[in-house]
Design a protein around this ligand. Structure first.
Ligand SMILES: [Fe+2]
Ligand SMILES: [Fe+2]
Length: 349
């Protein structure tokens, strides 16, 4: 990369806020790279680039330039012949691009791709992390476990710390896109769901909630994501994640560990029910619907945290006084950045 390009380098967050016709240069890790053919049978690529601040998705068209600048001599290359650029997923690249309009929405076209030295720009350095510090999340997590009585506290300590699940659980993403799709995302999401579920449970004192079951169910509701997703180094879905998915895998793992630990049938069934019902409907992958107060609060808290995240992420990208976001298909709505008394803060408490 020339010094000139280094100077113009922007983060993905800055690029997302650029007006149409702006040009940019971004350095990041490729999280998705798919070759397609246009109607004239010419190749083009869908590519997603991630850095510490987010992700942008764009197109590399057939007339784009490809450069190998890993050595002292930089040279033009051809993706049809160069093995180094056949599959860029997981590699750091530089991309030069332009913001264009497509069907009334902004689209990013990348007109030059630079293959860079992976040792000088390690892909791990560009993977997005949870905005909540890891040590704070661990303190909050341990406080929730400590708040439980026996036998659930002992079981959670066994599962997370004696069985060594904590290491994966504390770094796993909660998704590959949409929400908490970054290192530590699953822990951040699970803590938010637990806090929210507890707050709702406490506001309904008449239902006689089993608070320990709410905490365990909320902390474990997405346990199966440890097998559904992996970081390589960006979040991606595993084969088992595609064909079995996290509800079934999480339930299986939970039941095995509950049996290993000797957890009683009562709490095992109550927590297991939360794991299988938390998506709230069969249409969204739960074989049964939430049938207890504990399962109902975890399910609504899960959905709420997902929607809040989408609102925060989408409205934070609005620029130039815009109040309404583009259509967000997974939540079937446009979000409104309505006037707030103060700006929303990153989730941290
Ligand atoms: Fe889930
Ligand atoms: Fe969840």
């Amino acid at each position: 990369m020339s010094e000139q390009k280094e100077k113009r380098r922007m983060s993905t967050a800055e690029v997302r806020k650029l007006p149409r016709d702006s040009t940019f240069y971004v350095l990041g890790v490729v999280s998705r790279f798919v070759q397609r053919k246009d109607k004239n049978d010419r190749p083009f690529w869908d590519i997603s680039i991630m850095d510490g601040e987010g992700q942008i998705e764009g197109k590399i068209w057939g007339n784009s330039e490809w450069w190998d600048i890993r050595g002292d001599i930089k040279y033009k290359t051809d993706p049809a012949e160069d093995a180094n650029v056949k599959n860029l997923e997981g590699q750091t690249v530089g991309v030069q691009g332009k913001v264009v309009e497509f069907r009334d929405q902004n689209q990013f076209n990348f007109n030059a791709v630079y293959c860079v030295d992976q040792e000088k720009y390690p892909p791990h350095d560009f993977v997005r992390q949870s905005p909540v510090p890891a040590d704070k999340m661990e303190r909050d997590f341990r406080a929730l476990v400590d708040a439980c009585g026996q036998p659930i506290r002992g079981f959670l300590e066994y599962l997370f710390f004696k069985c060594g699940i904590w290491r994966d659980y504390s770094t796993c993403p909660a998704a590959v896109s949409l929400h908490h799709a970054y290192v530590g995302g699953l822990l951040e999401h699970s803590l938010a769901v637990t806090r929210s579920a507890l707050a709702i449970a406490r506001s309904y004192s008449g239902e006689g909630f089993d608070v320990d079951v709410v905490i365990a169910g909320a902390l474990l509701h997405d346990l199966g994501k440890l097998e559904s997703y992996r970081l390589s180094p960006t979040p991606e879905v595993t084969v088992a994640g595609n064909v079995v998915d996290h509800i079934v895998m999480g339930y299986r793992r939970f039941m095995n560990l509950a049996e290993e630990y000797g957890l009683d049938g009562g709490p095992t069934l109550a927590i297991g029910h939360i794991l299988v019902s938390h998506h709230g409907s069969r249409e969204f992958g739960s074989p049964v619907l939430p049938a207890t107060p504990e399962a109902m609060v975890v399910s609504v808290a899960d959905e709420l945290d997902f929607r809040f995240f989408c609102w925060r992420e989408q409205t934070s990208q609005l620029e130039g006084g815009r109040e309404i976001t583009d259509y967000v298909a997974p939540v079937q709505r446009r979000f409104w950045k309505s006037p707030r008394p103060s700006s929303p803060e990153a989730p941290s408490s």
